[in-house]
Design a protein around this ligand. Structure first.
Ligand SMILES: *[C@@H]1O[C@H](CO)[C@@H](O)[C@H](O)[C@H]1NC(C)=O
Ligand SMILES: *[C@@H]1O[C@H](CO)[C@@H](O)[C@H](O)[C@H]1NC(C)=O
Length: 242
């Protein structure tokens, strides 16, 4: 009998949290529900089969001073094209991904109700981003906070100065984790392990399976304790019957 109870318990909690596998966060430009979007633009095209972004959002994602957020990547002069393509990809991933559920958290920000925290990025994607930006410049480590917005676009605050990338971000890890206040977590997992999220992919979205892995893993931790309690309750109950 206890086995049946435990199984029912595991099944019901499993069904609940698998909702997180395919969903959109409650933020500035996200759709309510993910779904096909045939016209996603350029670097955002890999998400066409199932996306949280609309086509117009993905055009905005390719814009230097993106009208999505009035955010200027070129706050320390022109950004190299090789660096910029990673910021475009980062924006596509953030706006379009339907599989960020396990890392969505409440946000205490006026412009969005939810954010992502510690999304485990694949080592290759974080490292190539940093490599390609190594010769660029910025004045801030955390690009979410502390800008001068007086002109409507972000400008470097007075007490900062433009420095080369490697001075601001000594390592790929420091860049990936600090630039968007820990939205991303640096990992040593490579893409083929299926244990990390890919900013760059072609074909079927590989991140669904990754999210599924993290959901199931978190669930196991949550179900072990209740299952032991059920086991104890059930064994003492059956002990009484003998
Ligand atoms: C995209 O279009 C929708 C309407 O179809 C509109 O509500 C939304 O504000 C537009 N987004 C951007 C970023 O322009
Ligand atoms: C970056 O700046 C530091 C400190 O000014 C300097 O030592 C280093 O050589 C610079 N690196 C590059 C790649 O220009």
């Amino acid at each position: 009998m206890w086995a049946v109870l435990a199984l029912l318990f595991a099944l019901s909690s499993g069904a609940l949290s698998l909702d997180k596998l395919n969903m959109c966060m409650d933020a500035k430009h996200h759709k309510i529900e993910p779904g096909p979007e045939g016209k996603l633009y350029s670097q955002c095209a890999p998400w066409r089969d199932n996306a949280c972004c609309m086509a117009n959002t993905t055009e905005g994602a390719h814009n230097d001073s993106s009208y999505l957020y009035n955010f200027n990547w070129e706050h320390c002069g022109p950004m190299s094209d090789q660096c910029k393509k990673h910021f475009i990809q980062d924006t596509c991933f953030y706006e379009c991904s339907p599989h960020l559920g396990p890392w969505i958290q409440k946000a205490d920000e006026g412009w969005r109700k939810q954010r992502i925290l510690d999304v485990p990025l694949c080592k290759e994607d974080c490292e190539s981003w940093w490599e390609d930006c190594k010769n660029d410049f910025t004045c801030k480590t955390n690009w979410h906070k502390g800008w001068d917005w007086s002109t409507g676009f972000n400008r470097c605050p007075k007490d900062s100065k433009c420095r080369n990338w490697t001075e601001v971000y000594p390592t790929p890890k420091s860049m990936c984790e600090q630039i968007w206040s820990n939205s991303y977590l640096y990992t040593t997992h490579i893409k083929s392990t299926g244990r990390c999220m890919q900013l760059w992919f072609t074909g079927e979205n590989p991140n669904r399976k990754v999210a599924e892995y993290y959901i199931k893993n978190a669930q196991q931790r949550q179900t072990v304790a209740p299952t032991i309690l059920l086991f104890l309750a059930a064994t003492s109950f059956s002990g009484m019957m003998y």
